[in-house]
Design a protein around this ligand. Structure first.
Ligand SMILES: C[S@@+](CC[C@H](N)C(=O)[O-])C[C@H]1O[C@@H](n2cnc3c(N)ncnc32)[C@H](O)[C@@H]1O
Length: 334
């Protein structure tokens, strides 16, 4: 029989863990506030952010450099997703967003008819608390639930799954209902896997590399470069809020991210760019878009923008021919 002090220790440890999980879940509020700010100022055209934003909450106003970062990362990921959807246009495909939070990508793409002729099976995974909140907001919106129904009728679907990703690393992991092992699949981790211990993050990826038989790819968005002065401040600011980005030190550079992707089985190709590179490169942001965004808000802290933007990256890796077709000219070696 467990001793009383052991029981007390177990309880306090599980309370502490639940507290840590809650902090991680609440990071979605930051992400959605940043999106709301960027949308309200015209950086992003996304009517669905409002629909998934807590009713009655004020529209937040983030610093110009944060708004620009939100814009760049959203557009870069959109571009990778679009290229995937447009490769082999008639082929059905699967998108799985890990830690999707209040992300609106499914709705934006559906409303823009960006799925084209492809049937897209769109899965979002998150903790139960976040999934329940999103589900009830979708149910409460005629427009959002209408899109889910339309997608279903048009040969696509949208599913929300209440799954703690760490459970996918168990010996007998849960089955994700509707996951199709035969479809070309794109995984997206937009600031999610960085909250897991590095070994658990790698095991989550292994779950998918083992289950999905066809072409498979991953897009990551996360912070990098924790060791310079700015990186150290970033780490300590997060720590003061109880947030520990556990993979940050292990995958601390663009090269480390590409290496990680290769090792995880995305071995046909890899690419990685920091947000500053994505902003400066015509391949990712057109001059017309840069001009438009620059006019939205006066940004006098150019050095700060460079610093902030060089501490976040988008990295992508793939295996299989379909992603070669979609992404091969986007490889990066530096
Ligand atoms: C910073 S938010 C990002 C949300 C969304 N991807 C975006 O970019 O707007 C991180 C999300 O990852 C989710 N997350 C982190 N660890 C998770 C885990 N172990 N299982 C499921 N979801 C997790 C959090 O609940 C949260 O919704």
């Amino acid at each position: 029989m467990a001793r009383e002090d052991e029981v007390v220790n177990d309880t306090s440890e599980s309370d502490a863990e639940a507290g840590r999980d809650r902090i991680v879940q609440q990071t979605d509020q930051d992400a959605s506030s940043s999106r709301m700010s960027a949308v309200s100022l015209g950086y992003l055209d996304d009517p669905f952010t409002r629909g998934l934003y807590p009713p009655g909450d004020d529209v937040p106003k983030r610093y110009p450099i944060i708004n620009r970062g939100t814009y760049v990362r959203t557009k870069a990921i959109d571009q990778l997703v679009t290229r995937f959807i447009e490769a082999s246009p008639k082929q059905n495909k699967q998108i799985i967003s890990l830690g999707a939070g209040s992300d609106t990508r499914f709705f934006r793409f559906w409303a823009d008819r960006a799925f084209g002729g492809s049937g897209i099976e769109y899965h979002e995974l998150d903790f139960e608390a976040n999934v329940n909140r999103k589900r009830s907001m979708i149910r409460g919106s005629t427009q959002l639930s209408g899109y889910v129904d339309q997608a279903e009728k048009g040969g696509s679907f949208y599913r929300l799954h209440a799954i703690d990703l760490r459970d996918l690393t168990a010996k007998s992991p849960p089955i994700i209902p509707g996951l199709d092992a035969e479809l070309p699949t794109l995984l997206i981790s937009e600031c999610c896997l960085c909250y897991l211990p590095p070994d658990a993050a790698a095991s989550v990826l292994q779950y998918f590399t083992m289950h999905v038989k066809d072409s498979l790819a991953l897009i990551l968005y996360e912070p990098i470069r924790p060791f310079d002065a700015f990186g150290k401040t970033m780490v300590s600011n997060l720590a003061s809020r109880g947030i520990h980005l556990q993979t940050l030190k292990r995958y601390s550079s663009l090269e480390a991210q590409r290496h990680r992707l290769r090792l995880a089985g995305f071995d046909t190709g890899q690419g990685a760019r920091d947000v500053y590179q994505l902003w400066e490169s015509n391949e990712w942001t057109s001059q017309a878009e840069r001009d438009r965004v620059e006019r939205l808000e006066w940004l006098d802290e150019i050095e700060e923008w460079k610093l902030l933007a060089s501490h976040y990256c988008v990295a992508w890796g793939w295996r299989g021919d379909m992603f070669d077709e979609a992404w091969k000219d986007l490889r990066s070696t530096e």
